[in-house]
Design a protein around this ligand. Sequence first.
Ligand SMILES: [Zn+2]
Length: 380
Amino acid sequence: MRGLVLTCAELYTPLEVIRPATIRIEDGRILSIREGREALGEDLGECIVAPGFVDVHVHGYEGHDATSGEVEPLLSLARSLARHGVTAFVPTTVTAPHETLLAAAKATAEAMAAQGDPPEGARILGLHLEGPYISPGRRGAQNHDFIRPPDWEEFRAYWDASRGHIKTVTVAPELPGAISFIERAVALGVVVSLGHTNASYEEAKAAIAAGASRATHLYNAMPPWHHRAPGVVAACLESPQVVVELIWDLVHVAPPMLRLAWRLAGSLRTALITDAIAAGGLSDGTYTLGGLAVEVKDGVPRLEDGALAGSTLTMDQAVRNAVDIGIPLREALIMASLAPARACGEPTLGLLRPGCPADFVVLNEDLSVERVYIGGRRLA
Ligand SMILES: [Zn+2]
C-alpha cells in the first residue's frame, strides 16, 4: 500500500500529546510521528488524531446482533461500529442456550477469518462470553432460563468452536466451581471478568488471586458499594491487575460515581464500554435481547420490569460524555483506546507508535468523528 502523510493540530498517542504533529503511514503501519507540520502531508487543519477506539463489551448495533450465530451480522457490526471511531472490538454474547453460544463462537472465528487485511470494518478481536456463568440474583437483563454454574467441559466446546478466539468470559466468582474455572480459563489465555455477581470483597479477591483481571460494567449488576460491605466493587477498584469497564452513557452510572471510579483506578485501568445492543442506532421501539422483549424509549433500552438492558451508546459519544463531566481529553482517549486494548491483551492496538497498525480516528474540535483509518486505509 502507498504511503500516507497527515498533519494535524494535535495528536494523542494517547499517552503523549504532540502539537502540531505529522504522522507517516506505510504498508498499513505507523512509520513515524513527529512534532511540526510537514509541507508534504495532507493538512487536517484543527483536527485531532487519536488511536481508534476499542470496545471490549458490545452486543450489537444498527440491527446487527453478536449472538446471532451468523457471520454476516458480525461483519456488518464491524462496519457499523467503525463509523463511530471503533477500529477493534470484542463482540459480546448474552446468556443463551448452549447451541446458540456454540454457533456464536463458530461464527466469530469465521468472521475473523473473513475479514480482509486491512479489514473493511473494525477488527474483530475474538468473543466475549457474558454469561451464562453468572448469578441468577444479579442477572440484569440476562435471560434467567439459561443461567448456569461454570462448566469447564462446556466452555472448552466454545473454545474449540471459536478456534481459540474466546477473548473474555464474564463469571460470578461466588458460584460453585468458579475459582477452579477461573484458574483454568486464565491458564488458557482468556481474560476473566467479574460480573453479574453478588460476590463479597473476599470472594472477589479470591477470584483476582486466581487471575481474574477485569470487572464487567463496574457497579451495574453487582452489590452497591457499602462502607461495611465493600464487596466486589471495592475489590476491583483497589486491585492493580483489574481493569474496570464502565458504561459511560450517564444513565447506567451517576457521573460522580464515574469520576470516583476513574480517580481510584486511573485512566489505564478504566475502559469505556458501550454495552450497546442491536437496537443501538435504530429508532425507539420494541426489540429482543437474548429472547427477552426490550423497549427502547428516548434511546434507553429496558426490560418490562424496568431493568436496563444494555445501551444505545457509541464509543465516540462515550468520549464526549467523559469530557462533558470533567474528564480531561487525554484521559478520556486513553480509556477509549489504550486501556481497553491492554485489558484484552492487544499490545499493539489502542496506541499510535511506529510499527503498530495504523488504526486511528480524525476528530473535529467538537470531538465528532471526521475520518476513520484502519490499517492505514480510510473507510469510505
Ligand atoms: Zn453486556
